[in-house]
Design a protein around this ligand. Structure first.
Ligand code: RB5
Length: 144
């Protein structure tokens, strides 16, 4: 599975840990930056990851900023993107099963690295339920 990842300065240190974790687990990782803790603009990196998803260059995406909020707002502007802000394992599992989320957003100033990696593992390992009611609901808001 190929994972596209991006961050701003607030997420840079956590992103480095996440990339190593994912590569150790055998995932192919596309690192879209940023590449340091120097201040930068998160929408640039949100767009790089959403482009990878909509172009089918990656199966799922991860976006990390200070809170995860700006990244989730920016990513959800793109048609076909269902970006979920998750800071707990239950939400990460539910958003894959119910919402077929294709990007996980996280705030590096909100969760520590141990919990972040558990949330990421849960998100990547949980399949969409394929339930008719969830497909119907996703189609309903995708047309808004
Ligand atoms: C950067 O200071 C911060 O605003 C950003 O990382 C993110 O939290 C925005 O939502």
């Amino acid at each position: 599975m190929t994972i596209s990842i991006g961050c701003d300065h607030g997420g840079y240190e956590l992103k480095s840990k996440v990339i190593k974790h994912l590569q150790d687990k055998g995932y192919t990782v596309i690192d879209n930056g940023c590449d340091s803790t120097a201040s930068c603009d998160y929408p640039i990196y949100a767009k790089k990851v959403t482009d990878d998803i909509t172009a089918s260059k990656a199966d799922l995406g991860i976006l990390i900023c200070g809170t995860g909020i700006g990244m989730s707002m920016a990513a959800n502007k793109t048609a076909g993107i269902r970006a979920a802000l998750c800071h707990d394992v239950f939400s990460a599992k539910a958003t894959r099963e119910h919402n077929n989320a294709n990007i996980l957003c996280m705030g590096a100033r909100v969760v520590g690295p141990g919990l972040a990696l558990m949330i990421i593992d849960t998100f990547l390992e949980t399949p969409f339920s394929e339930d008719e009611r969830h497909i119907r609901r996703i189609e309903m808001y995708s047309k808004l």
